[in-house]
Design a protein around this ligand. Structure first.
Ligand code: GKR
Ligand code: MG
Length: 411
């Protein structure tokens, strides 16, 4: 089997004004969609980070990709050095192979250990959707959410609609005391049956992180883990030594090269894997899960704003990892649009593996073209939450710059 055609489509889709420690989501999130067509006319799909540099990296490899055998992953890696671009192409190759031989992507990752993958509610403080009156967002949590009470209402809507049993709060937005109070409200309303997580994206100092962890311990909330309270593997290790709560990361250990240092220092107990960026694809993430097991680290999964091809790929990966210890993150409920023909659904907080070979999803070409047009009109070429926040707070500065930037998402 050989690749006969490569189509790269940068898109933009409506994304509500969700707040984080850098700023606020722009009215459109950017993604890159790739189709790889084999000589036999079969099409493999990939989705990933939306910065212009990612599409350019794929375009730069186009000539060598034509005629490439999709089974040859080391050669693909040699052709494409940009991690985000590689991961999109790898996903598309796996989809293409699966569709050609009639097997699911999870089988190509070693086989499914579960048919349904658990996900968590990804809860955000946010501005009212009315700050972007020209954009049509998903009908979930349309108003402003900047108090513990309002966040609880958002959580109720997520749990009622999707049945999630774990609640992750994007922190680093309100003063820490109000974010603790928000977790308390969630605990009081939902009770022990629901796990809580908070992720301020390294916005807190070491002393603040320790103070927050001690307060969460004192209140005896059911905290599954505290994600990236502070910056860097040294800072995280200092916090880890001071608390009984497990620390998790998608910021201080984001590549294989970081593992030894993070392990030696004791910076984390949970790793949020992500096939889209520095971990370099689904196959490597499957291996990464084995490394985590050997180190005694637990495994969870990270997400950024995404659509259905990524949703399917994440679900195949989650299905193929025996030691998936925690329900996975996903931004999917925040997206109204999609580029696949039938949007994927959660049932009781889980997503079933899509039926059919490969990823099990098919492209909606009309919708892809519409979202490509949205991207052309929108004109932005990389995510800029801090710049967007300056529309509302002209002298805004991100609370603390993240140590590790998310390649492709924040180039
Ligand atoms: O969507 O605002 C966001 C998140 O903060 C995202 O950018 C992070 O990459 O979800 C992420 C995380 O867990 O840190
Ligand atoms: Mg995180």
């Amino acid at each position: 089997m050989r690749i006969a055609a490569v189509r790269v489509t940068p898109i933009a889709f409506a994304d509500p004004p969700l707040l984080n420690s850098w700023g606020v989501h722009e009215p459109y999130a950017l993604r890159t969609i790739v189709e790889l067509e084999s000589e036999e006319g079969c099409i493999g799909l990939g989705e990933g980070h939306g910065a212009r540099s990612v599409a350019e990296a794929i375009e730069a490899a186009r000539e060598e990709l034509i005629g490439h055998d999709p089974w040859q992953f080391p050669r693909l890696r040699a052709l494409v050095k940009n991690d985000s671009a590689y991961s999109i192409l790898e996903t598309a190759c796996l989809d293409l192979i699966g569709k050609t031989i009639g097997r699911r992507v999870c089988d190509l990752l070693g086989g499914a250990v579960r048919e349904e993958v658990p996900y968590s509610a990804y809860l955000f403080y946010k501005f009212s959707n009315e700050v972007n009156p020209e954009v049509e967002f998903v009908d979930l949590s349309p108003g402003e959410v900047r108090t513990p009470e309002a966040l609880l209402e958002q959580a109720k809507a997520f749990v009622a609609r999707f049945g999630f049993r774990a609640l992750k709060l994007k922190g680093g937005v309100l003063p820490p005391e109000e974010e603790i109070e928000t977790l308390q409200r969630l605990h009081d309303h939902f009770g022990e049956g629901y796990g809580l997580r908070i992720d301020p994206n390294a916005a807190w100092s070491v002393p603040t992180s320790i103070r927050v962890c001690h307060e969460l311990e004192r209140r005896q909330l059911r905290v599954e883990y505290v994600e990236d309270p502070t910056e860097g593997r040294d800072g995280m290790a200092e916090v880890a030594r001071a608390t009984r709560l497990p620390l998790a990361t998608n910021m201080c250990v984001t590549r294989f090269e970081h593992i030894a240092d993070g392990f030696r220092k004791g910076s984390i107990r949970v790793l949020l894997i992500d096939h889209h960026g520095g971990w370099q694809g689904l196959l490597a993430c499957r291996q990464l899960a084995r490394v985590c097991e050997a180190l005694g680290w637990q495994v969870s999964m990270h997400s950024n704003s995404h659509l259905g091809i990524s949703m399917a790929a994440m679900t195949h990966l989650g299905a193929a990892i025996p030691n998936l210890d925690w329900s996975c993150d996903t931004h999917y409920p925040w997206a109204k649009d999609d580029v696949i023909q039938k949007r994927l659904e959660f049932h009781e907080g889980r997503m079933r593996l899509p039926a059919g070979p490969g990823l099990g999803v098919e492209l909606d070409r009309d919708r892809l073209e519409e979202l490509a047009e949205t991207r052309r009109r929108y004109g932005r070429e990389r995510r800029d939450d801090a710049g967007e926040m300056r529309r509302f707070v002209p002298d805004w500065q991100p609370k603390r710059p993240p140590l590790v930037v998310f390649q492709g998402a924040f180039p």
